[in-house]
Design a protein around this ligand. Structure first.
Ligand code: T5A
Length: 218
């Protein structure tokens, strides 16, 4: 079976990390040992870039530098991990990918979408997810979840207007590409969110012949 790239997206505190664990388990039940990664980060170089990007002491980082650093991390991740894994038939689960740059650097920072699309073609080698789960919830609810857990990172320190623009940009991308996106209401209780994610991924597995290939269904 050909490898697939599944990404999780959403605003702050949407529950991506929580869902990722359940998703990995679901895939494992179908005999799929997924490679799990995150952005920014996922490689030694990418994790070093992540530290710089999220450091609250780097308040002076300009929007252009932020965008280029996101793609520097992504360029490394694509070549070092994503492309080799997919080529070997492995599935890859990523906590955020290029849609986050369209949402945060495009919607949030106002960087031109055409420029981000060009970076996607060049720096990210045109790699696109096969399935994207967008965990959507009101901005104030997501921020309340993350602000209860300690000091904010550089991006979490942004104001509500910034995160409203991020949310709008994510939702616009989902509307523009309904074949790839599934939007899940992550303001609902965790059990509901996990059940929704399970159903979406079960349908995706069926559509890709995974269940039959692994002998998990009659
Ligand atoms: N970024 C990233 C860009 O600007 N551009 C880019 O191109 C990329 C790739 C990454 C930052 O970088 C930005 C976006 C981010 O600001 P990060 O630390 O990885 O930084 O931040 P997030 O990805 O936002 O991760 P978070 O941990 O903040 O959010 P998650 O993973 O979505 O949420 P999670 O699972 O940790 O849950 C948060 C809390 O909510 C609870 C959980 O138990 C947890 O306590 N929770 C729920 N509570 C009630 N009901 C539910 N349904 C719940 N689901 C989870």
């Amino acid at each position: 079976m050909k490898g697939k790239l599944i990404t999780l997206e959403g605003g702050e505190g949407a529950g991506k990390s929580t869902v990722l664990d359940a998703l990995r388990t679901q895939l494992a039940q179908h005999g799929i040992d997924a490679v799990v990664t995150r952005e920014p980060g996922g490689t030694p170089v990418g994790e070093a870039i992540r530290s710089l990007l999220l450091d609250p002491a780097r308040a002076g980082l300009c929007a252009e530098t932020e965008l280029l650093l996101m793609f520097a991390s992504r360029a490394q991740l694509v070549r070092e991990l994503v492309e080799p894994a997919l080529a070997a038939g492995r599935w890859v689960l990523s906590d955020r990918f290029t849609d986050a740059s369209f949402a945060y650097q495009g919607g949030g920072r106002g960087q031109p979408l055409a420029r981000i699309a060009e970076l996607e073609r060049w720096a990210a080698a045109g790699v696109r997810p096969d399935l994207t789960l967008l965990l959507d919830l009101p901005v104030d609810e997501g921020l309340a979840r993350v602000r209860g857990r300690g000091p904010a990172d550089r991006i979490e320190m942004e104001n509500a207007h910034f995160f409203e623009n991020v949310r709008d940009a994510y939702r616009a991308r989902a509307v523009a590409d309904p074949a790839r996106f599934r939007v899940i209401d992550s303001s609902r209780p965790l059990a509901y969110v996990l059940a929704q994610v399970h159903d979406v991924v079960a349908a995706f597995l069926d559509a890709n012949g995974a269940a039959r290939a692994q002998g998990a269904r009659p």
